[in-house]
Design a protein around this ligand. Structure first.
Ligand code: ATP
Ligand code: MG
Length: 151
């Protein structure tokens, strides 16, 4: 039931690097050794997929995304930080809601349903975790997930 995050994040890096390369973006992953988490690997992968998918979609080519794992006492922090377009302050309180998108125009160029982040929120909460987001328009966005670590 315990998931080895070091191993897991290595696989995440290998799996997602091609999608970043395709947009001439960079994915940097940093995770210490010996970190374990009580999580379902396929659900955790879905969480990270949805967040990285957004980082790619809402960043220009040449941008960089950092996936950083750290531990404070018993808590495991997973941060996903991009230097993309950012989210306007007035949209930020709603961004984790179902179907909420910043660009609501029918002619929007980027596909999607606006479900990605609501699924992330549900999955994080189902694991007893917490999620928060900070963003500055034109600067970038950072999602922070907090899970209970093992041991
Ligand atoms: P889907 O994920 O269902 O394909 P989506 O990406 O539009 O569609 P969400 O992932 O829920 O939906 O994101 C909601 C909205 O939040 C996006 O439409 C976008 O406006 C904004 N957003 C999400 N992540 C980022 C990010 N990393 N940078 C800038 N804006 C973001
Ligand atoms: Mg999305």
């Amino acid at each position: 039931r315990y998931l080895d995050l070091t191993d897991f994040m290595l696989k995440i890096k290998q799996k997602f690097t091609p999608a970043f390369k395709e947009k001439e973006m960079e994915l940097k992953v940093s995770c210490p050794e010996d970190l374990f988490i009580m999580a379902d690997p396929s659900r955790l992968e879905q969480i990270i997929f949805n967040l990285l998918d957004n980082a790619i979609k809402y960043s220009p080519s040449g941008a960089k995304t950092l996936l950083t794992v750290s531990r404070k006492k018993k808590d495991i922090y997973i941060k996903i930080k991009d230097n993309g377009k950012g989210i306007p302050e007035e949209d930020l309180p709603y961004i984790l809601n179902r179907f909420y998108r910043v660009d609501k125009s029918r002619t929007r160029s980027l596909g999607g349903t606006g479900l990605g982040l609501s699924i992330v929120k549900e999955l994080v909460l189902a694991h007893g975790g917490k999620i928060s987001v900070k963003s500055k328009e034109g600067k970038g966005t950072e999602f922070e997930l907090i899970f209970k670590g093992a041991g």
